[in-house]
Design a protein around this ligand. Structure first.
Ligand code: PXG
Length: 439
């Protein structure tokens, strides 16, 4: 029997959505298991986006469900300020054990946006406390997405996310993005061209002086603006320039963490370790909201120098390290390990790459890019109607039984890491026929 559809969609102000367009023709999801959603009218929808880049272990995993249920029965909530509960410490220990050295300490938040704001505040406070209070400038990158908080939209580089919201944070600059169709269209994996773009950071150091920049924040692979894969040598160069000038490097791994790129983190895949890392999404397989900020021992220790009875960082949230989120996180990390899901993603990468690049040659497709289990398939915008081809592709895929994500006219794919090769074929067949049917 079909699940009843709510008859009044008016009250809910939907986030990052065209509310009126959606409510005129709603796409409601009412169930999820493994690789599939179920729509309100009972159709099975293949999940090509792991929800929103977050359900890395697939939907409805019983181990995670049970851990959340058990925790809810045992203790629903514990205050995180001046109190603790065991799973928070356990999760921090497990998470930092997975992360590259020296990222040895974890601060918990409830979302990626909060993780980013937390990371920026930690970076500023670190310099303040280590004798360099003049380091207040934050550097983001064009086309970067770092969540929806004021910190995140200030360092973020997506214009509609920034306009209408006042003056934002002062003392922010942006590096150029690395997307270049002329040089890099249809690159497989990391593009050859563009490593030199990191040198712009040197220009900003020269402009503002050697002691002005606190931190640089980048997504190692920019997800939201359409899977922008770092050019060869780019991240390495950023790291070297940061080191040369005492600038903290922050990797926003909200999307790239937890196996998405075929390794625990992008830092491990690319062999470049940041000083601070932001996480969310796959941390709990998205079953309970949670984010985290990992910091190096040196940063943490800088805060541990005053009297023992003084709070070291005046920052935190009511739901930091919420017991249900910690339970979900522990079960999720255990599942990743038990099923070797990061290795599985790595071993699927070449099959995935061939499948997505198989769409080259379709009408209007001007670029295909990939890394790990992600892909961006970019279509030329229709004259006078940018974004319409993308939206029509989303609707056509949904009607044909696949969930994809679009940003502008780029289709972004990021399936759960449990996807089978036959399901990769099915997903790409649906995407190809959607593109073929769009004028
Ligand atoms: N950083 C990055 C790199 C993200 O991708 C956030 C921070 C913010 O996380 P929260 O949990 O506050 O949403 C994100 C979120 C998309 C899309 O369509 C991506 C995100 C959110 C919404 C849509 O690509 N990523």
């Amino acid at each position: 029997m079909d699940t009843p559809i709510p008859n009044d969609l008016g009250a809910f102000w939907m986030p990052f959505s065209a509310n009126r367009q959606f409510k005129a023709a709603p796409r409601l999801l009412t169930g999820a298991k493994d690789m599939h959603y179920r729509s309100a009218n009972g159709r099975k929808i293949l999940d090509g986006t792991a929800g929103l880049w977050c359900v890395n272990a697939g939907h409805g995993r019983p181990e995670i469900t049970k851990a959340i249920q058990d925790q809810a029965g045992e203790m629903d909530y514990a205050p995180p300020f001046q109190m603790g509960h065991p799973k928070a410490f356990e999760l921090a220990a497990r998470l930092t054990a997975m992360a590259p050295d020296p990222l040895n300490h974890a601060f918990f938040t409830n979302s990626g946006s909060e993780a980013v704001d937390t990371a920026l505040k930690i970076a500023l406070a670190y310099h303040s406390r280590s004798g360099a209070p003049g380091r207040r400038r934050l550097i983001g990158r064009a086309r970067g997405y770092h969540g929806a908080g004021f910190g995140g939209i200030s360092v973020g580089g997506i214009s509609p996310n920034r306009t209408n919201f006042g003056g934002l944070l002062p003392e922010v600059d942006h590096l150029a993005h690395t997307h270049n169709l002329e040089q890099n269209a249809f690159s497989r994996g990391q593009p050859d061209w563009g490593g030199h773009l990191a040198e712009e950071l040197n220009d900003l150091v020269a402009l503002h002086g050697p002691g002005a920049i606190a931190a640089v924040i980048v997504e190692p692979m920019a997800g939201s603006t359409g899977v922008l894969v770092p050019p060869k040598g780019y991240l390495e160069r950023l790291r070297a320039i940061c080191d040369a000038h005492g600038i903290l490097l922050i990797f926003d791994e909200v999307i790239t963490g937890f196996g998405r790129l075929g390794a625990s983190f992008a830092a491990a895949r690319f062999g470049v370790t940041p000083d601070i890392m932001t996480l969310a999404k796959g941390l709990t397989n998205a079953a309970v909201p949670m984010g985290a900020v990992l910091v190096s021992g040196e940063i943490f220790d800088t805060f541990m120098d005053g009297p023992d009875n003084i709070i070291e960082l005046f920052h935190g949230y009511t739901y930091s390290s919420h017991p249900l989120a910690c339970a979900a996180g522990l079960a999720t990390l255990a599942l990743y390990e038990k099923e070797n899901l990061f290795e599985r993603a790595a071993s699927l990468e070449s099959y995935w790459q061939s499948a997505v690049h198989g769409l080259q040659g379709l009408e209007n497709v001007i670029d295909i890019r990939d890394i790990g289990l992600t892909a961006g398939i970019e279509m030329a915008p229709r004259d006078g109607a940018p974004g319409m081809r993308g939206y029509e592709a989303l609707v056509a895929c949904f009607e044909a039984g696949a969930l994809v994500r679009v940003t502008g006219d780029t289709i972004a794919l990021s399936p759960p890491l449990i996807i089978a090769e036959t399901q990769i074929d099915e997903l790409l067949t649906i995407v190809a026929s959607a593109i073929e049917n769009i004028s």
